[in-house]
Design a protein around this ligand. Sequence first.
Ligand code: ATP
Ligand code: MG
Length: 415
Amino acid sequence: MSQNIPVRIEKNLSPESLALIKMAGELAAERRLAIYLVGGVVRDILLGRANSDLDLVVEGNATELAESLAKEIGGRIVVHRRFGTAKIRTENLTIDLAMARAESYARPGALPTVRPGSIQDDLARRDFTVNAMALRLDPGDFGKLVDPFGGQKDLESKLIRILHDRSFIDDATRMLRAVRYEQRFGFRLEASTENLLRQNVTMLRTISGDRVRHELELILKEERPEKALKRAGDLDLLGEVHPALKGDGRLKEIFEKAREAASPPSPALYFALTTNSFSIKECEDFIARLKISRTVSRVILDTARLRERMPSLDSPDLLPSAVHELLREYSPTSVMACAVASDSALVQERLHLYLDRWRHVRTSLDGNALQKLGVPSGPRLGEILKALHEAKLDGKIGSKEDETELVRRWLSQRR
Ligand code: ATP
Ligand code: MG
């Protein structure tokens, strides 16, 4: 199988990526350094799946090599000398280059201490066997697979397996990563990996809010996040993130509806749907624990508040202007979340009409135009503008002429 690898690399990478890794290989060879493609892209090449992130590891000075590479291909480069890493961006590609590192953990959940090491060391600090493979890129050995943990065999057996028994203790984010890959690829957790995960679920408490949130965000970027959430719920991982967090119930149904309504749904929409059954207090705790951004928090809280007002949107005779008045203070994404989660056809229709049409309705006349027609400035002007807007929403008037006529009539009535 391994003799096919150079062919598989050519098949799986874009011509641009291919040219780039060959160039990197040549630059490394000139410096007598070994260079490798590592991590997810190697896994995806072996699986025949697309992946446009290129992660490169160099046994030796990566930043100098990255600078030469950026010059050759004309990309923009950012170097982190302290970490021995660099990122190059071209128009279509992002390439990460790093010096091969060995690492150790001072305490569970802490970020590791790192020092220069070999490719074997670098692979040994990774999460799963299928992510701990490297492909040599320098011309003499192009396409040679480095697979010290049996990743290729686990890919064939469709297994997610950690590299050593302390893996989840060192870094409990790996538990969320494990279910994400398992569900993305339709794999299984290898039996002893699953046992160790079950034994160590409480280690998630050692992880900072930022890191847990980041892993949840990665889950929400999957094609069908509900699968990983369901599995994480079944393994009691979600309960460790927040006691009210559930991966089952209506989640699958409403995530599917969200994808029909918005493709792809924004992270904010998914977050609001994930917390759809939360009380406002639970939302607040969740936001604080995960250090959720202001923008996303607003959507989560708006959704929780708006949900309480859904019954009033279900009454039969409601004019568009009344719906508009009720919804205007809520963020559009929260209105979308409520539409997706509602089981009343009438409510759904109204929320969608609001989002697609009513919230964009503007009167043709503005304050200046009203003053020209003789409306004195003051509170009355605001009232007239609002009344015009409502009349337009409710279809009582359409054109600018209709608006003008209505204003004239109001003025003459007042005299
Ligand atoms: P994806 O397709 O989701 O991007 P990926 O494998 O490229 O998958 P990244 O999150 O981009 O995943 O990380 C790149 C590599 O870094 C992984 O393949 C893995 O080897 C390593 N890695 C990432 N996070 C961890 C972690 N928490 N512990 C150990 N290794 C990790
Ligand atoms: Mg990646």
